[in-house]
Ligand binder design. Structure first.
Ligand SMILES: C[S@@+](CC[C@H](N)C(=O)[O-])C[C@H]1O[C@@H](n2cnc3c(N)ncnc32)[C@H](O)[C@@H]1O
Length: 245
């Protein structure tokens, strides 16, 4: 069970960050291919935008794309090491700032955002973390803003014998949808994803404040091809890397 102590111990000091998290993008052919082939197609209708809050940026694998797509960016992470690394990497971006937190509170960020984003981080956050963040995220969304949050769906899986990717075991898409509703928000999309296994152990929940102008009925997508997408993206994007030279 990856609780807060597990996250602090893993990411603040003991993890070898020498490739900045690129190792997690290898199946897509790198973070650039993963961003433009997988994440950007899901998000492009909201980018560029005015302001972005990223929860748990790590070494900035997605921050480099998000910072370039907004006028104001804040990244919040529980790892002091990650915050220092991002501050150093994005020194030239005056509209970006990074804040270390305790893994539960967004208190240091007292403003609203057009987009709240988190990918490949809160999959390791148990329900107590999401219970804490959910009302704070909703409070920090602009009336027309959206949150795009990647989290665990492990609790809903039938096979709990192996958990090689350290998914939070207490979290499911259904429980996150309940949290959104309880705190006065509205789910727009839940995309259930397989990640290195056949059952949907992950989920992307996209939500907004209840008064959002987005369509009313939530969409539930069962995407069993998320990892197959990665292979396709790698195959077609990699040859085009020659264009960057
Ligand atoms: C696997 S890394 C991923 C980082 C980045 N999102 C990426 O995809 O490269 C997980 C990150 O989440 C952060 N993290 C984990 N739980 C957190 C929490 N409850 N609040 C803030 N940051 C958290 C860790 O410190 C670490 O930087």
């Amino acid at each position: 069970m990856p609780d807060l102590q597990w996250n602090i111990a893993s990411w603040d000091g003991s993890y070898d960050w020498s490739t900045g998290g690129e190792e997690w993008s290898e199946v897509w052919g790198g973070s650039e291919a993963q961003w433009f082939g997988s994440l950007y197609p899901r998000l492009h209708r909201r980018l560029p935008t005015g302001s972005i809050l990223e929860i748990a940026p790590g070494y900035g694998r997605w921050s480099k794309f998000l910072i370039g797509a907004c006028r104001s960016y804040v990244g919040v992470d529980l790892s002091a090491e990650c915050i220092r690394a991002c501050e150093s990497s994005f020194l030239g971006s005056a509209h970006a700032r990074f804040v270390k937190n305790d893994g539960l509170s967004l208190h240091a960020v007292q403003r609203r955002f057009d987009l709240i984003f988190s990918f490949d981080s809160l999959v390791h956050a148990e329900l107590n973390v999401l219970e804490s963040y959910m009302p704070q995220m909703l409070e920090r969304l602009e009336e027309s803003g959206v949150a795009f949050i990647h989290h665990s769906n492990f609790h809903a899986n039938t096979d709990h014998r192996s958990n090689p990717h350290c998914r939070a075991t207490s979290v499911s898409a259904e429980k996150v949808a309940e949290l959104v509703a309880v705190h006065g928000g509205r789910v727009l999309i839940q995309e259930l994803l397989n990640w290195g296994r056949s059952d949907p152990c992950d989920c992307i929940t996209v939500f907004a404040r209840s008064g959002s102008p987005c369509p009313a009925s939530p969409l539930v997508l069962n995407n069993h091809s998320f990892m197959a997408e990665a292979e396709i993206i790698k195959n077609y994007q990699s040859p085009y890397a020659v264009l960057s030279s």
